[in-house]
Ligand binder design. Structure first.
Ligand SMILES: NC(=O)c1ccc[n+]([C@@H]2O[C@H](COP(=O)([O-])OP(=O)(O)OC[C@H]3O[C@@H](n4cnc5c(N)ncnc54)[C@H](OP(=O)(O)O)[C@@H]3O)[C@@H](O)[C@H]2O)c1
Length: 262
């Protein structure tokens, strides 16, 4: 894929994994990047860090239909098309299910799933104009293996996985590659309140995302061989994996107890 001419829309490009994906794209020559986020101060930082880039900034909640329609309309009028959509924005609120607020459960669904689906829907006519397009959806290792204290979040990320698969098959007649990324715990602002260590780096996740796109991978899994073995065990013998989870129950409880990035 030649990234130089590509027009890219990324949600949550102002922080963490998304911001490093932007850095990767810039290093490959991408010049036109649109970013969606709620905090405009983070846009200023992007502008200062990537001075050669012609940014379009969309301030707002990716779960709001008005914002989504505004984004696609403005990209249509400014760029007359779109090559790469990166659905990266995400939020998390962890803990025992009965302790997670109703508002956080609803917002996780709205931001991580419904917003992602609607933005994809409204960007599809633009992506269909491209001769070489891609949709990248950022799921999570928790979207493949459900773990305690992350039930609402895990449900959103599993939905992202299934949405990607269905859309990929639906778009078989278009040159639109659909890829899903499954980061494991990664050291970003999202994890500031998670009580955990030994995390992946946002740089490694972003690099493997771009490599995956270049190789036209369907899935980009992080977490190495250990995660692969866990996925196989969880698929082939979920009860045995339940036993494994018993051994990490206390650590997961501790990790999740204050974990909230909404
Ligand atoms: N870090 C991890 O351990 C990990 C693991 C697995 C999967 N992931 C996934 O990777 C993706 C990126 O996460 P990250 O770790 O890089 O998180 P992050 O550093 O917290 O960044 C999240 C980004 O999403 C934006 N965002 C959040 N809610 C939004 C909304 N409603 N509307 C528009 N923008 C919104 C944020 O900007 P504003 O706050 O300004 O809106 C920010 O730019 C997420 O989908 C996350 O679920 C992360």
């Amino acid at each position: 894929m030649n990234f130089k001419e590509k027009k890219v829309l990324i949600t949550g490009g102002s922080s963490g994994i998304g911001k490093v994906i932007i850095a990767e794209l810039v290093s490959l020559g991408t010049k036109h990047i649109a970013v969606v986020g709620r905090d405009p101060k983070k846009f200023e930082q992007l502008r200062m860090e990537f001075t050669d880039i012609s940014f379009l900034f969309f301030e707002g909640n990716v779960a709001e239909l008005d914002i989504i329609k505004q984004i696609s309309a403005e990209i249509q009028s400014k760029w007359a098309g779109l090559d790469i959509l990166i659905n990266n924005a995400g939020v998390v609120s962890a803990g025992k299910l009965e302790d997670i607020s109703d508002e956080d459960i609803i917002a996780q669904q709205n931001i991580n799933v419904t917003g992602l689906i609607l933005l994809t829907k409204y960007c599809l006519p633009l992506l269909k104009l491209s001769s070489e397009a891609a949709i990248i959806n950022v799921s999570s290792g928790l979207g493949i293996i459900g773990l305690p204290f992350y039930a609402p979040y895990a449900a959103t990320k599993a939905a992202v996985r299934q949405f990607s698969e269905a859309v990929r098959r639906e778009l078989q007649d278009y040159p639109i590659h659909v890829m899903t990324v499954y980061p494991t715990a990664t050291d970003t602002p999202m994890m500031t309140t998670a009580n955990t260590s030994n995390m992946d780096t946002a740089e490694a996740v972003a690099k493997s995302t771009i490599e995956g796109l270049q190789k036209k991978s369907i899935d980009v899994f992080r977490g190495g061989e250990q995660m692969l073995n866990n996925r196989i065990l969880n698929f082939q013998n979920p009860l045995e994996y339940d036993e494994k989870v018993k051994g990490m129950y206390e650590a997961m409880s501790k990790r999740a107890s204050q974990h909230r990035a909404m």
